[in-house]
Design a protein around this ligand. Structure first.
Ligand SMILES: [Zn+2]
Ligand SMILES: [Zn+2]
Length: 264
């Protein structure tokens, strides 16, 4: 697949788009960004994402970027540790980066430890770096900038820019409505935006998530090219969400599904 690419190509693959919990045939949050021959960027690792990743590429050939540490965004990380360390013939040959909130090595190390009170030291296979608010990280051929958004735990929207073409993918992470997300999505070619609340924010808990209506509003304010609605829980109708977003955004809107690929 990669052999046919041209310099500057960037590809987004949706591995899982189910919100809050996995769904039949759809892992919880997982997105793969590939640019040329560099290791891919695996953005979030909810339940089922490692299986979906195996269908697309070598799971060790990826840096991991975590928007936040809720289980539906990172629960497959310990399984990736098993693959990287113990796969009989395809273990990790070198360390990769893991960009995440600052407490990730402890939080994920607890999940990966054999000792109930222990923390697995995972520095043998990942070089951990904490996100710093709006500080761009150069990762091979792309630059990733984290924007702190509004959620009960430390969470970042991620703006991914391909350095040679300037093409932009923005991922919302999980967030309530915030101007920071407009900043993160400014002029993005693809805006991958959560819409956990379905068509409307009415009667929903504050400070946690947004609706498709709000995703549409933010897409318009930011001037994005294409809106992909994601993080849709199994109890929400994705087509109603797309319709609701369409009342606030004139551009193309897609309900993200696993296996979808977008080249830009
Ligand atoms: Zn979530
Ligand atoms: Zn969350």
């Amino acid at each position: 697949m990669r052999e046919t690419w041209h310099s500057g190509d960037m590809r987004l693959t949706i591995l899982g788009s189910s919100g809050s919990v996995p769904a039949p045939g759809n892992p919880a949050s997982g997105y793969l960004v590939s640019a040329g021959d560099a290791p891919s960027l695996l953005i979030d690792m909810g339940p089922g994402v490692l299986a979906a990743l195996q269908e697309v590429q070598d799971p060790t050939d990826a840096h991991v970027l975590l928007s936040h540490l809720h289980a539906d965004h990172c629960a497959d990380f310990p399984s990736l540790m098993v693959w990287r360390r113990f796969h009989p013939d395809a273990e990790a040959k070198s360390r990769n980066f893991c960009f995440a909130p600052s407490y990730a090595p402890v939080h994920l190390g607890r999940l990966s430890s054999d000792d109930p009170d222990g923390v697995d030291d995972m520095s043998d296979t990942f070089a951990f770096s904490p996100w710093q608010e709006r500080v761009p990280e150069l990762i091979d051929r792309v630059t990733v900038t984290p924007y702190r958004v509004v959620h009960p735990v430390e969470t970042y929207a991620l703006r991914v820019v391909e350095n040679s073409t300037g093409r932009i993918i923005t991922y919302s992470g999980d967030t309530a409505y915030t101007e920071a997300l407009v900043d993160a999505a400014r002029d993005a070619d693809i805006f991958l935006c959560e819409a956990t609340w379905g068509d409307s924010p009415q009667d929903k808990a504050p400070g946690m998530h947004i609706s498709a209506q709000e995703a549409g509003e933010i897409a318009t304010l930011a001037g994005v090219g294409k809106l992909i609605i994601t993080h849709i829980p199994p109890w929400v109708d994705p087509e109603r969400a797309v319709t609701a977003a369409g009342e606030y955004f004139d551009g193309p809107i897609i309900a993200g599904r696993p296996g979808m690929q977008f080249d830009l």
